[in-house]
Each structure stands twice: as structure tokens, then as C-alpha cells.
Design a protein around this ligand. Structure first.
Ligand code: ADP
Ligand code: MG
Length: 240
């Protein structure tokens, strides 16, 4: 579904990704972790075509992201993104947030889009909040709406960039529970997170990054029980 081949990227003179390769199969759940500044967000943005790459190749569902002929907005619309900071439209209700893109980009009728929004709100446990504005929701509730909004585009894969890092501790689990259910439904997911309990329970593989390199790419159990690199071991000893 997603292949990353020998990808390198710099911001000006600063190298942030060096020769990164990995692949995510349909239905696979991959957790990406590593120290702050190791390039996790950049990797996610490159996969989504939000940042250009300097070398290598990224292919999403058969389409090369860097290809000149690729319709990037169209490709991006097929990949759901969830960020640390929710980024709901503040002047729109929950339903309006979820139906905007399907109506505009997928040409759904309002009635169709609202029906689907209701189904998705049910799925993330937010059906009672359809007419609220983001400011009147907790962080955990906003993030669940953001997940529903991404799902409304019928994405082929979901990318999460530290979806629970901005949340108060008591709200983290309600978001992780929604993500776990999504994983169990067969969604292809790349999740940047430091929630190692979630990684252990849900991930098929763990990718560990350090200084712009993929240092480790292992089945989840191997990663936790016998990390191959000293750097991953050190990281785990600090975080667990
Ligand atoms: P992570 O998500 O693992 O914390 P990032 O991908 O955000 O790491 O950042 C990797 C490195 O790239 C950091 O050193 C960061 O300062 C740098 N960086 C990120 N975005 C930009 C940008 N837009 N311009 C310049 N440098 C950036
Ligand atoms: Mg980041």
C-alpha cells in the first residue's frame, strides 16, 4: 500500500531524512517512534506529499508521490491525516467540519454527507455532539471528531502524527480506543506515537527513528523484547 524507498530530505543545509526505507501493507498497523527531532513528522509529511523529497521514491497505492504527473491534491484526499493539534475549523459545527470536504471534493450531496457523518460520529462515540462547535468540546472529543472527519473521505490509509500528545492524560485512552477499533476494522495505519502500550497492543510493526534514519523496523514483539540497536534500547528504557 505504501512503500518508502531510500528517501532522503534536507531543509536547506539540514539533513532531516537519510536513506529511509520501509513498506506498509494493506491493513497493516505501523507505529513510528523515536526521539524528538528524529524526522518522524517529516517522514509522514513526505508520504502525504506535503513535503517534497530530495532522493528516493515514495509510492502510495501504486502512485509515485514525487511523480510530476501525479495529482497530489487527489492523492492527498485519499490519505487521512490526524495531527497533534486537531485543527478543526473553529467556525463550523462538528457536522459541518465532517461534511465540508466530502461535499466539495467528492461531490456528495449534503444529505449523503450528513448521513455518513452521523454514522462516523456514532463510530467515534460523538453522535450527541453533531451541532456543537469545536470550542465547546474537550481535546479528546475534538480529536475524535478529527478522526471522523478524516474517515469521511473514505481514505485508503490513515496517518496519525502524535494524535494524543496534546491531550490531558484522562483523554488519551478515549482517542486510542477509537484508533484501536479502526485498526481492528482493517484500516491501514501509520501512527507516530510514544504511547508504547498502544504500540504493543495494536501495532504489527514498530519503526524506530533516530537522527533522520530508520534505525529499526521490527515486528512489535521483537522491538519490545529484543531491540536490535542500543539507541532503541535506550529510548525504551527512558519511555517505559
Ligand atoms: P520529529 O517529528 O521526529 O520530532 P521532525 O520531522 O519534526 O521530527 O523534524 C526533524 C528535523 O527537521 C528537526 O531537526 C527539525 O528542527 C527540522 N525541521 C522540521 N521541519 C522543518 C522546516 N519546515 N524547516 C526547517 N527544518 C525543519
Ligand atoms: Mg513530530
Amino acid at each position: 500500500m505504501i512503500t518508502v524507498e531510500n528517501v532522503s530530505k534536507s531543509y536547506g543545509a539540514t539533513r532531516v531524512l537519510t536513506d529511509c526505507s520501509t513498506a506498509v501493507a494493506r491493513g497493516e498497523i505501523v507505529v513510528v517512534c523515536g526521539p524528538s527531532g528524529s524526522g518522524k513528522s517529516t517522514l509522514i509529511k513526505c508520504i502525504n506529499g506535503l513535503e517534497p523529497i530530495d532522493a528516493g521514491r515514495i509510492v502510495v497505492d501504486g502512485t509515485s508521490v514525487a511523480d510530476r504527473e501525479t495529482n497530489l491534491p487527489k492523492l492527498r484526499a485519499r490519505i487521512g491525516m490526524v495531527f497533534q493539534t486537531f485543527e478543526l475549523y473553529p467556525h463550523m459545527t462538528v457536522t459541518e467540519n465532517i461534511t465540508l470536504a466530502p461535499i466539495k471534493a467528492l461531490k456528495r450531496t449534503r444529505a449523503e454527507a450528513v448521513k455518513r457523518a452521523n454514522t462516523l460520529l456514532e463510530r467515534v462515540g460523538m453522535h450527541d455532539y453533531a451541532d456543537r462547535y469545536p470550542a465547546n468540546l474537550s481535546g479528546g472529543q475534538q480529536q475524535r471528531v478529527a478522526i471522523a472527519r478524516a474517515l469521511a473521505m473514505d481514505p485508503i490509509a490513515m496517518l496519525f502524527d502524535e494524535p494524543t500528545s496534546a491531550l490531558d492524560p484522562e483523554m488519551i485512552n478515549e482517542v486510542l480506543d477509537v484508533m484501536t477499533a479502526l485498526a481492528q476494522d482493517g484500516m491501514t495505519m501509520i501512527v507516530v506515537t510514544h504511547e508504547m502500550g498502544f504500540a504493543r497492543r495494536v501495532a504489527d510493526r514498530v519503526v524506530f527513528m533516530d537522527q533522520g534514519r530508520i534505525v529499526e523496523d521490527s515486528p512489535t514483539q521483537n522491538f519490545f523484547e529484543q531491540p536490535a540497536s542500543d539507541r532503541a534500547r535506550l529510548f525504551l528504557s527512558k519511555i517505559l
